[in-house]
Write a protein that binds this ligand. Structure first.
Ligand code: ATP
Ligand code: MG
Length: 413
């Protein structure tokens, strides 16, 4: 049988890759906890309606990217393409809509049938946060600042720019939408074929188009800013003042509409120029109707999701493997003693490995290559006196230490 490959667009996370991934999640976790967010974990697959009802039938995700199948019982199941809809479903299913606000974060694999390229996969991982029951623009600014703090803790704040936009409320969007449709109708000939279809089903999505042809037309399209009603304008002003109060810099980008249907007012993205076309590393916005669509009350919310692979690619260096301690027992009796020593070091929280194969020279070569900080060498002579030779592999100093004092000697080192 020829060697099996992982499915297209999927990856094994091993070694450096896994350490980078882990570093992103753990760094984010420590910042999220300072804001009072707690981890939630929802199933990786859901009833298809959790996504099809909420993300919008015409969104890229629902129309062409979902992994949907019928299970053996005939239920339509979808591997989650994102986690916001599931979190809203979980809020309702767990009876938490009367205990607001809820501050949830999650991380894990998401699935989208996309054309794989650098920074774009079919199984990828997101870390995200949702503030459910978020009453006003202060909360939006706070949740965006939390994302910024995570990027900063990862050492990426210099490499990303925060872009924000307002999508206003429904009334403002309706007025603007009419103006946009009129404009695009006038220039329908110049639109890409895909966008001519969008014009009929969901014209706002043309703003998100990646086609050069469409982008050229967008320059003179009616600006949403001219269609904001008073309430929406107040929200937008509030967002910008609170971001400034939190000390977070931003640029306004009227092009940010986000790919999914459920957003209102705030939309934002953290973008970098370092990942080619896959420049958005973390994105989100305010959504007001999702919880209702899951059968709950109206719960305004703000949230975001970051692509762990894209964040991991941006990290300067992979986090180092912590240096361990190598135990090198020479002879059968030393092996028994070495096993007991390994156990006591591990119980003391030290990383210890036993090196058993080959002659002394071979073993020491492997130990040095492993990056160990110390080697503990013992043979018959050491056992007789209940001591070991402790070698510091950095300074190359060697000293004789009694077995009873070993943990202390290593912890002090
Ligand atoms: P894009 O415009 O790049 O397709 P999106 O709008 O579909 O992104 P979201 O649904 O907002 O992305 O997901 C949030 C983040 O998750 C993105 O900013 C990105 O970092 C990451 N992401 C989304 N899709 C993928 C993917 N297929 N592979 C890797 N990361 C992804
Ligand atoms: Mg996408």
């Amino acid at each position: 049988m020829s060697g099996l490959q992982p499915p297209r667009g999927t990856h094994d996370l091993i070694g450096d890759t896994m350490r980078r991934h882990h570093h992103v999640v753990e760094t984010a976790r420590s910042v999220l906890e300072t804001y009072g967010f707690e981890e939630w974990s929802t199933p990786i697959f859901e009833d298809t309606r959790v996504f099809s009802r909420t993300l919008g039938e015409t969104s890229d995700v629902v129309s062409k990217e979902m992994y949907t199948f019928e299970d053996r019982g005939g239920e339509s199941i979808t591997l989650r393409p994102e986690n916001t809809a599931s979190i809203c479903r979980a809020l309702v299913t767990n009876g938490l809509t009367q205990s607001l606000p809820q501050k949830a974060f999650y991380h894990g694999p998401m699935f989208r049938y996309e054309r794989p390229q650098k920074g774009r996969y079919r199984q990828f991982h997101q870390i995200g946060a949702e503030l459910l029951g978020a009453e006003g623009p202060l909360r939006d600014a706070e949740v965006i600042t939390m994302a910024y703090d995570i990027l900063k803790a990862l050492g990426l704040s210099e490499h990303v720019v925060l872009e924000i936009n307002t999508l206003g409320d429904i009334a403002s969007r309706q007025a603007w939408r009419e103006a946009l449709v009129a404009y695009f109708r006038q220039h329908a000939d110049a639109l890409s074929e895909e966008s001519r279809v969008r014009l009929e089903v969901n014209p706002l999505r043309i703003l998100d188009s990646k086609s050069e042809q469409d982008r050229a037309l967008l320059a003179d399209a009616p600006a949403f800013a001219d269609y904001l009603n008073d309430e929406s304008r107040k929200f937008w002003d509030g967002l910008r003042s609170y971001l400034t109060a939190f000390g977070v810099e931003f640029v306004e980008n009227p092009r940010i509409v986000r790919g999914l249907d459920y957003y209102s007012h705030t939309a934002f993205e953290f973008v970098t120029t370092k990942l080619g076309a896959q420049g958005t590393v973390l994105a989100g916005g305010r959504y007001e109707g999702l919880v209702e669509q899951m059968g709950g009350p109206a719960v305004p919310a703000i949230g975001w999701a970051g692509g762990i692979e894209r964040l991991a690619l941006l990290l300067e260096d992979a986090p180092a493997v912590p240096a361990g301690i190598a135990i090198v027992p020479m002879g059968d009796e030393a092996l028994l003693k070495g096993a007991a020593i390994a156990r006591s070091l591990r119980e003391a929280g030290l990383r210890a490995e036993i090196e058993t194969r080959g002659n002394m020279k071979k073993r020491m070569e492997r130990v040095v290559k492993s990056g160990a900080s110390h080697a503990i060498v013992l043979g018959d002579e050491e056992i007789a006196r209940d001591v070991v030779q402790l070698r510091d592999l950095g300074t190359r100093d060697q000293q004789e230490v009694s077995v009873a004092d070993l943990v202390q000697a290593l912890k002090g080192a």
